[in-house]
Design a protein around this ligand. Structure first.
Ligand code: GLY
Length: 405
């Protein structure tokens, strides 16, 4: 009698658990169904936009502009890697060769950037596109692009400052480093793995260490911009470019830092990076200014919140990072995973209807509010990190390593 009672309870528990798991899986499947339909539509919109311009350099989508048109951009734009990357994620999830072919086509459009030494954004451009391409195909041609991209990015490293220059030409006096630059280190780690050349790895850890030292405040939020003297390596000023104020916490910057240090821990197993990622996670999760749906306003310190736009991209980047951090944190792993789940669930409310908004996946991102640029619009990187977060959610559900290398 007792035994069968426990059996019944056990059955209910197991059924409940597997229902929960089935829900997680169904959610990801339905999000990818939405994403494939929207991206089909976006491909038609990109083709239309290309037909309307004589500029053959405009190759990939970025946002919806102030006139409501789809903005397409050249390979040299910092956002050029995200759409190819999305196509790789669609292929990864669906295994449909249609997406493989589109991914190959759009990735090829931006290959020339591997020689670009004029930007720190080569990580975004080359890793999100060619990095995923190599990860999913192991085609040696993609590997060569990654290594060349890392060589070009490394040219912007200054050993006196101990960092990669974000903005400005190599050699100009003001040496600017933005917290976003943490994201570009993933390309360097991968290039060392693929080439055996440890110089890329050393540059990455030096940059990460310098950023820990100078970019973070006592409350674990980060400055957006730190300017250095390139001759002495001294910090000249700590300011903002895309945030509300010099002393404020620009939402996407916090997400870039969270993702960057989580990734650095994955690559090095250095505990300092795990600690830094956890500090940033706590800043975000415990922030009284974080709205109930966990999608931040564009800056945690912007006043009159009710009138301020959100930044869905910051939510998507944080969700993807938290899925990974959840697998490393002994004390808070469950909290990070459940927070990521909530963000991903809540982002459903940020999706447009299928066949609308030029095929973007998420509405309500903010590029640069101070510059009145890309405010409360769909932006391609929000979509990229949304798909990445969904893939990570699925991998966790399938008991796979959260990041497939
Ligand atoms: N890296 C520029 C941005 O996050 O807007």
């Amino acid at each position: 009698m007792m035994l069968s009672k426990y059996k019944t309870i056990g059955f209910i528990l197991i059924t409940g658990l597997s229902n929960f798991k089935a829900i997680a899986q169904t959610d990801v499947a339905s999000a990818f169904k939405f994403a494939t339909s929207q991206t089909d539509f976006m491909l038609t919109q990109v083709a239309q936009a290309k037909a309307q311009t004589t500029n053959a350099n405009l190759v990939v989508p970025r946002n919806i502009d102030k006139n409501g048109n789809l903005a397409i951009i050249p390979s040299k734009d910092w956002c050029s890697g995200f759409f190819p990357g999305e196509l790789w994620y669609l292929y990864e999830y669906t295994k449909d060769t249609k997406w493989l072919n589109e991914a190959k086509t759009y990735t090829a459009f931006i290959e020339q950037e591997k020689f670009n030494t004029g930007t720190h954004d080569l990580g975004f451009e080359i890793y999100c596109s060619f990095g995923n391409a190599y990860r999913l195909t192991h085609d040696a041609a993609y590997k060569d692009v990654i290594i060349q991209g890392a060589r070009s990015l490394s040219k912007r490293f200054n050993p006196v400052v101990g960092a990669i220059r974000s903005w400005g030409n190599i050699g100009t006096p003001k040496f600017t480093v933005i917290v976003d630059n943490m994201m570009n280190l993933e390309l360097l780690f991968e290039a060392t793995r693929l080439s055996g050349d440890s110089s890329f790895y050393k540059i990455a850890v030096t940059h990460a260490n310098t950023t820990i030292k100078n970019h973070f405040r006592a409350d674990n939020s980060s400055y957006h911009v730190v300017n250095y003297d390139q001759e002495t390596g001294k910090v000249i000023e700590k300011i903002t470019a895309q945030g509300y104020a010099n002393e404020s916490a620009w939402a996407r910057g916090q997400a870039w830092g969270l993702y960057g240090y989580t990734m650095c821990y994955r690559e090095t197993k250095d505990k300092r990076y795990l600690e830094q990622a956890e500090k940033i996670a706590q800043f975000i999760i415990n922030n009284p200014e974080l709205p109930k749906d966990l999608i931040p306003y564009w800056d945690y310190n912007a006043p009159d919140k009710a009138t301020q736009p959100r930044d869905a991209s910051a939510g998507a980047v944080a969700a993807s990072a938290l899925y990974e951090l959840g697998t490393y944190s002994k004390a808070n792993g469950k909290l990070y995973t459940s927070t990521a789940n909530k963000i991903v669930d809540n982002l459903k409310a940020y999706r447009p209807n299928i066949g609308e908004s030029k095929g973007f996946l998420l509405l309500h991102s903010t590029g640069s509010a101070p510059a009145h640029s890309e405010v409360d619009v769909p932006i391609i990187y929000a979509d990229y990190y949304y798909l990445e977060a969904l893939i990570r959610k699925q991998r966790l559900h399938d008991h796979q390593p959260v990041v497939k290398q």
